[in-house]
Design a protein around this ligand. Structure first.
Ligand SMILES: [Fe+2]
Length: 200
C-alpha cells in the first residue's frame, strides 16, 4: 500500500489466522542480516548469517496518516529459530512519541513481550493464543518466539503518529534477554547492555 490511508473512510483487511499474512497488504521483512549486533552471541550470529540468511520476522505498516486521532494496526509474524541459545526476536523499539501505548493480541504461537522504560524498569508478559498485552506509554517493546516449530503471530494497534525509535535499542540493547537454558525460556541480564558503540 503506497497511498496514505486517511481516516475518512472505513476499510477492512484480512489477516490469516494460521500465517498472520494479509493478501491485501505488503509486509516488511527483517532478515538475520538486518539484525547485526542485536544477538548477544556474536560468533553464533556470524556463523548462522553466513550459512543461511533467513527471515526472522515480517510485519505490516499500513501507511495510515500519522495523526494522533488515527490508529495504526497490523500483524507481526515472528518465525521460530535461535541464534546460539537466544530465541528469534524482533528488534524492539521505543515510540518516537514516547508517551503512547500499544496493544498486542496473540493469535498464534508462544513467547513473550519484553518491555523496558528509560529508567530501566522491566516488564515481561507471556504470549499465547487469545492473550492480549497492554504496553504502557514509555516502554520499549520486543517480541520473542520461544516455540521450536511455530510462528508467533500477534496483532497490534497503536496511535498512528507514535513513530518508531529503533536506534536506541540497536545501540544499547535491552537490559534483559530471554534465552533457552536447559530447554526452558530463561531471563538473564544482557551481558552486552549499554556498550556505547555503533553496532551497525
Ligand atoms: Fe510499538
Amino acid at each position: 500500500m503506497v497511498q496514505k490511508i486517511n481516516n475518512k473512510k472505513s476499510f477492512s483487511l484480512k489477516f490469516d489466522l494460521l500465517t498472520g499474512l494479509s493478501p491485501g497488504a505488503i509486509s516488511k521483512k527483517r532478515l538475520l542480516s538486518d539484525m547485526k549486533g542485536m544477538y548477544y552471541d556474536k560468533d553464533a550470529y556470524e556463523k548462522i548469517v553466513v550459512e543461511k540468511d533467513a527471515v526472522v520476522y515480517e510485519f505490516y505498516d499500513l501507511n495510515i496518516n500519522p495523526n494522533p486521532e488515527n490508529l495504526s494496526f497490523g500483524t507481526t509474524i515472528l518465525y521460530p529459530g535461535k541464534v546460539g541459545d537466544e530465541y528469534y526476536m524482533t528488534k524492539g523499539h521505543f515510540h518516537d512519541e514516547l508517551n503512547t501505548a500499544e496493544i498486542y493480541y496473540c493469535l498464534r504461537g508462544f513467547g513473550y513481550l519484553l518491555m523496558e522504560d528509560q529508567q530501566g524498569r522491566t516488564e515481561i508478559q507471556e504470549f499465547k493464543p487469545s492473550i492480549s498485552v497492554y504496553v504502557p506509554p514509555g516502554f520499549a517493546h520486543r517480541s520473542i518466539n520461544t516455540s521450536n516449530d511455530e510462528p508467533l503471530i500477534t496483532f497490534f494497534v497503536y496511535r498512528a503518529d507514535a513513530g518508531h525509535d529503533y536506534k536506541t535499542i540497536e545501540e544499547k540493547g535491552f537490559r534483559k534477554l530471554i534465552i533457552e537454558k536447559g530447554g526452558q525460556p530463561t531471563i538473564i541480564d544482557n551481558p552486552k547492555w549499554n556498550i556505547q558503540k555503533t553496532r551497525r
